[in-house]
Design a protein around this ligand. Sequence first.
Ligand code: SF4
Length: 489
Amino acid sequence: MIPDSDNPREACGVFGVFAPGEDVARLTFYGLYALQHRGQESAGIASSNGLGDFILRTGMGLVSQVFDEEDLAFLRGHIAIGHTRYSTAGGSLACNAQPIVVRDPETGEEIALAHNGNLTNYEVLRDDLIAQGVEIRSNADSEVMAHLLALAPGKTWEERFHYMMRRVEGAYSLVVMTRDKLFAVRDPMGVRPLCVGRLNGHGYVFASESCALEHLGLEMEREIRPGEVVQIDASGARSFFPAPEARKGAACTFEFTYFARPDSKFMGELIYPVREELGAALAREHAVDADLVIGVPDSAIPAAIGYARESGIPYREGLVKNRYVGRTFIQPDQRIREAGVSLKFNALGDVLRGKRVVLVDDSIVRGTTTPHVISLIRKAGATEVHMRVTTPPIAWPCFFGVDMATRAELIAANKSVEEIRKHIGADSLGYLSVEGLNRATRQSENNLCNACFTGSYPINVQMQMDRLEVKRREPALAGAESLNRAGGP
Ligand code: SF4
C-alpha cells in the first residue's frame, strides 16, 4: 500500500457556537474546516432552534465532502456543535461519527455531545450503563459520557456535570448542546485544548484550537481552564468547576510538538515559536558539523528553522510534500510500490547534492517512514544525513486520545538509540531530552503529560495496559480491532 505517515494521530476537533440571529451551521462548518488537521475520517454538525428536537448531519470523509449547501440550510437554529474525527481502523464507522445525540429518559429532551480525548475507564462505565438497561449504539466512549449526563440525578446542570465528571477518568474536551444551552467542558488534567471567543458581542464560540476562531475573524478570549464547565444560554455565560481537582495537570506535549497548528495558542503559548525553540534546544543538545538543515514538511519546518538559527547552519527546503496525499485503498502497481515514500515526498536534488544534511522531524513512532525519507535524501545526493527529533524517544502508548501504537510496535520501546540509528540509516541520531522539551513549552513539568516518553502516566492506566497486552497476544483479534482506542475503538 502507499506508505502512510508514521506520525501519531490526533483523535478529534470540536467546535460549538451559541449566536442568536447568526448562521450557526455555516460558522460551525468553517470552524471544523479549520480543525480538519485534527481528524479526517468523519465529520458532523448538530443544531438546535431552542424549540424541538435537534437537526443532525454526520458523514464519513472530510468536512468539505460531508456537508453541502443543502445541509447547511437544513441545520437551522441558534446553537450548533460540530466534530471532526480521526479513528483507528476498527472504529472508522458511520455509527461512531459525532456529535452523539441521546435522550434524557425523564424529560425526553435531547443532549448532543462532541468529544476530543479518550476515557481510561470506558469499559467499566459502559458495562455499568448496560446493566442499568441503557442501549449503547456506538463503541465510542463519548456516548458513555452523553448517557451519564442524560441519566445524572440533580436539578441543575452543575449537579449533572458534577455527577458525570466524578465518574469519568481520562482526557476530554467537550462541547455539549441541550435544547437551549451550550456547554464547553475540559477535563481536570487539561490534556486536550479548548478555547472560547466572542462573536459580535452577543455570541460565543468554542473551538479545540484558536486558529479556528481566527479563521472566522474572531479573537480568542481565553482557554477553558482544566476542570471548568462554561455554560452559555439566553441569560449569558457562567462558569463552574464540578470535578475534583486533579493531582497534576497533564497538557499533552504532543500538542506543542505536532498536533496543534502552529498558528494556535495552547497553555498561553503560540505554537510556532515553541516549535522554533524546540529546534534550537535540539541544536544545543545535539550539535553536528553539517552544510544545511532541512525539516520534514509540514510540522517540523519551524523546528528546522530554529535548529538552523541556533546552530548557524543554513536552512533550506530539501523535501517537498504532496499535500493532497491521503489514505487510499487502491493497490499500487510494482513500480509505485518500489517508489515507496516518494509518493508523499520528493527530494530536491539541486539543494541536497554533495551536502551534509541535518534532517529535523517531530517524532519517530514505529520507524516505518523515516528510513524511506533518509534513503530519498541520500538518493538525491546528500553525503551525510544527521537525524534530529524534537521529542524524546516514544516508548509508551498513549491512553488519552492519540493513536500512537502498542508498546510492541514502538521502535524506541524495543531498540536502543544506536539500534534505531542503524535501522533508519542515519549517520547520527539525536532526540530532544524531556527537560529540553518541557523548557521549550515554557510550562512547569507539573502541568504537562510526557507519559509516552517516560511511562509515568498522570492517572492509573494499568487496566488499559493489561488490555493492550492481552490483545497483543491475540493477533487475530488485534487485526480485527485496533489496539488503540484513540477517541474511538
Ligand atoms: S501520552 Fe503522549 S500523546 Fe498521550 S497525552 Fe501524554 S504526551 Fe500526549
